[in-house]
Design a protein around this ligand. Sequence first.
Ligand code: FAD
Length: 320
Amino acid sequence: MSVLIFAELDEGKIKKSSQEALFYGAKVAEQTGTSATAIIIGQADDSELASAGRFGVTKVLHASNAQLNEPNGMAYATVVAAAVQQEGSKVIVLAKSSLADAMTARLAGKLKAGLAANVVELPDLSNGFRVKSSIYTGKAFAYNDLKADIKILAIKKNTITPEETDSTASVDSFSPTLNDADFVISVKSSEKASGDVLLPEADLVVSAGRGLKGPENWGIVEDLAHALHAATACSKPVSDLDWRPHSEHVGQTGLKISPNLYIACGISGAIQHLAGVNSSKVIVVINKDSEAPFFKSADYGIVGDVFDVLPRLTKAVKAL
Ligand code: FAD
């Protein structure tokens, strides 16, 4: 039962969430007494590709041509399906992302595979192949028995902390046949949303709400984010008011994120907001109203005025 891991690139580097998927896949290979191979699509140098070995994979298949430079769910699903066939893989692991969302259902259809998304633990193999997944925006867990011959696991970010070794993987070039049907949707170019750090991938997030009063005050949020090397996020009303771009809106109707640290500044903590952030590892809430609902979900709370607290926090972080 060999394991194939799809590792996503960001500007030629393996994304952090994919490092977690590589380590997770290598652990599944260990559990099942087989080997782990990675498939990486797009431009990256050999040393980066071989570095996938740090997380436990022994071999990397590298598919790269001009048509595959831009992430494309359809074409990438075809490439991964071809790799599954070549390697005879029975388990496919990938990190949950918008690209993964565009790939997984197609891949499951092509391979007639069982699919579990938002997986949060290693599989339980004591009685078949059972995986635990997070559902209802983190409010509940489902236990899925995957009975199909081929199984696809889309791993939720922060599920596993990768351990690294000095090992490197061998790198083989991989050139499956692609045809026009794989490029019915063709991605011409892509550009990053605002901010130094990409929000869906960020480990640290500084987020702000209507308590900031207006877009002209976002400098204090960005200063703290910059000092922490964090991404910025916001509540829905803030993006509805055009104070911040919609790409920063988190919650039930926005991005669902699970960073290690989420700092909420001047956000009340409505359930619709919490739906997007409540699986963050540590939540810090700054609000001048000690009765704000967000404090109930906070690991640390600061009752205070953001215009006073944020600059002091930034100064303290810079002094570290
Ligand atoms: P407010 O509720 O106005 O809260 C502002 C907070 O700032 C208050 O707690 C106040 O005490 C505090 N404050 C004010 N001044 C200061 C200061 N100087 N210093 C410190 N604190 C201060 N919301 C989302 O965020 N994401 C979603 O995805 C989302 N989806 C929704 C879907 C539906 C169907 C519905 C009905 C609503 C949705 N909402 C969503 C809206 C949600 O219900 C709340 O209205 C919204 O989250 C409130 O945003 P806020 O906390 O920024 O603003």
